[in-house]
Design a protein around this ligand. Structure first.
Ligand code: NDP
Ligand code: KPL
Length: 327
């Protein structure tokens, strides 16, 4: 959806890097059913489609102005985001936009690319790739875009890059995609949803409407996690208002059965974004003395699921390692 918005705005040319969907898109283009851009978009293609990350130096390419990262962010697996994008980054030039959920995702990027603007996009957009190259977009694209603090880049340069990205993305001015300098607030606010709904949905394989209809899932799991995240945010200097949990609980429409992105991954047998969405807020909160028992339990369950996925893909072997006290 980002490629579509950027290209159709007329201020950007997008090179889209695809993986499992490459062949399907190369052959048939992209089919989009979008609440905002139209329900019957067929055979759409961005300026370029690639099967691998462009290598700017080896291929003698012009530097990219922006790299928009829309992969899942799973630091407990390799390759890490910084390794994936490195060949396309031009030091001191390319701005890197992380349109990914979670906390502290900028840290490895700042370490690897100390002279590049690193930009945060917090996105509210329910998008599902229903099959390769087929996109269902059923919530208005709303984003808060702002610069992460990269000590090697001046705040003026970083802000200018973020504003330029917003201007290209929202060229028509019709989308709710806006500049917002308070990246820390936007990220913690979004985590109230993701740490709770994404993780509970992944364990229960349940959509958010059914959770609300059940009542107990909200009372016993969702609301307690939200309150723990709000307490962790406040302990870290982010004053989320008292009404955030109630607003976020009711954020999704109840007439369709929406499953958050992590649940979609669990159902596909894909790896889960556990560390950035659950592990990091847990560590940040507990480091400040906040008790987070519900989120800690979810973390343990999700790590168990991740281990099963790793084993099924041959990335974990069921054996004791030397310092394991339970053998
Ligand atoms: N879906 C949503 O509505 C929302 C998602 N988010 C966040 O946005 C981010 C992206 O989520 P989402 O769009 O759902 O993710 P998806 O898993 O649907 O899409 C990720 C894409 O990245 C590709 N990819 C992953 N690694 C590589 C690689 N090394 N090289 C090339 N391509 C790669 C995947 O390919 P392949 O299919 O081969 O794995 C897949 O096409 C996440 O951080 C998520 O939390 C935020 C708001 C809403
Ligand atoms: C809820 C949503 C779709 C944002 O709108 C999201 O962040 C996710 O599914 O991970």
């Amino acid at each position: 959806m980002a490629a579509y918005a950027l290209e159709t705005g007329g201020k950007a040319e997008v090179t889209a890097v695809m993986r499992s969907n490459y062949e399907a898109v190369e052959k048939n283009g992209i089919e989009i059913d979008s609440i905002e851009h139209g329900h019957d978009i067929k055979e759409w293609r961005p300026t370029a489609i690639r099967k691998s990350i462009p290598n700017v130096k080896e291929e003698n390419l012009q530097p990219f102005d922006f790299i928009l990262v829309t992969t899942k962010n799973i630091p407990d697996l390799t390759p890490a985001v910084a390794d994936i994008i490195e060949p396309a980054v031009t030091a001191g030039k390319t701005a890197i936009v992380l349109s990914q959920n979670g906390l502290n995702i900028e840290k490895p990027l700042i370490e690897r690319f100390p002279t590049n603007p690193i930009i945060s996009s917090i996105s509210y957009i329910d998008v599902t790739e229903t099959s390769h190259g087929r996109i269902l977009h059923d919530h208005a694209d709303a984003q808060k875009v702002g610069p992460f603090n990269n000590p090697g880049v001046s705040s003026e340069v970083a802000e200018e890059a973020a504003r330029r990205y917003v201007a290209a993305y929202n060229a028509t001015g019709k989308l709710d995609v806006v500049f917002d300098a308070d990246v820390k607030f936007a990220r913690w606010r979004k985590l109230v949803y993701n740490a709770s709904y994404n993780s509970v949905a992944s364990v229960l394989r349940m959509d958010t409407a059914r959770m609300r209809m059940s009542q107990h899932v909200i009372d016993d799991l969702i609301r307690p996690i939200m309150l723990e995240v709000v307490a962790a945010a406040r302990a870290n200097g982010v004053q989320l208002p008292d009404d955030v949990p109630d607003k976020v609980i009711r954020a999704d429409p109840t007439e369709n059965a929406f499953k958050p992105s992590m649940c979609q991954d669990a159902e596909k047998g894909n790896f889960l974004e556990i560390e950035t969405i659950v592990g990091e807020p847990l560590r940040e909160g507990e480091a400040k003395g906040v008790l987070m028992p519900t989120l800690r339990t979810m973390y343990g369950l999700l790590k168990g699921i991740q281990l099963q996925i790793k084993e099924s893909r041959g990335l974990w072997e069921a054996k004791f390692i030397s310092d394991n006290p339970y053998q």
